[in-house]
Write a protein that binds this ligand. Sequence first.
Ligand code: NAD
Length: 288
Amino acid sequence: MDIGFIGLGVMGRPMAANLIAAGHRLTVYRDSAPAREVLGGRARFAGSAAEAARDGEAVVLMLPDTPDVEAVMRGEDGVLAALRPGTLVIDMSSISPAAERGLAAEVAAAGGEYLDAPVSGGEAGAREGMLSIMVGGDRTAVERAAPIFEVLGGRVSHIGAAGAGQVAKAANQIVVGVTIEAVAEALRLAEAAGVDAGAVRDALLGGFASSRVLDVHGARMLKGEYEPGFRVALHRKDLGLAVEASARLDVSLPVSGLVHQLMNAAVAAGLGDHDHAALKLLLDGRTG
Ligand code: NAD
């Protein structure tokens, strides 16, 4: 397929590279040294979001936050300005479900199709084409997106109508965020008690407390390696979406709210661009 790809960060770069390796033709935005390093010579670099979208059968977005997606879609040189009837827009960023519903309606009014399709699996999942993709939108659009999803994902779950993918992603981020804090506290306790925290992690990996977070983020905490990965600032955004929705829906999410506040504290302590495993540094009192 001819695909416009917008948002070449930690996730977008390997995802775009995999689509090219699978034989798709990509027009990408925006230009940067890291993007050139990964994609240079294999993709066409566009000068605007509109230019990236103009000739694509599909346009994929992988941007940080709701205002970024809205600007790229609705801006003067944005995707909607260039959208041709029939174009499929797939937003794989993690943003507000309500914003997705609004964008889906605008794309439909312009004769296109729209999916929210946020992902879980991190940078490693993006590199290996093993992301879990949570999709909201019409079934026909999901079927059209199959040649893209099968390159990027290990599992594709069609959750429901527009915005439903983002609700699933918010649920995912609750589980991951709360588990990171639990793992950080478990390892902190082990260290403070003077026992080998690495041995504790190994033991826990063999029992009921085992999880991907204990494995991956636990290892990062033990090594003190906090290069992202997934930035604290982005996870704070995701838990913010969950907490905001909880007030709108009159449900109580007490621990999500607490971990959201811990992420606020981490950002305030200068850890916003660290990996989210850096919640451990708050417990260590080592926030620099
Ligand atoms: P990132 O900050 O590394 O990348 C975002 C990219 O978007 C950057 O390269 C930035 O320059 C670009 N961008 C911002 N505004 C733009 C604009 N107006 N036009 C063109 N490009 C623009 O973030 P990421 O880690 O790649 O995450 C992207 C999305 O995926 C976020 O919503 C995040 O929550 C989600 N996500 C990330 C991970 C992860 O592990 N990193 C995992 C799952 C989901």
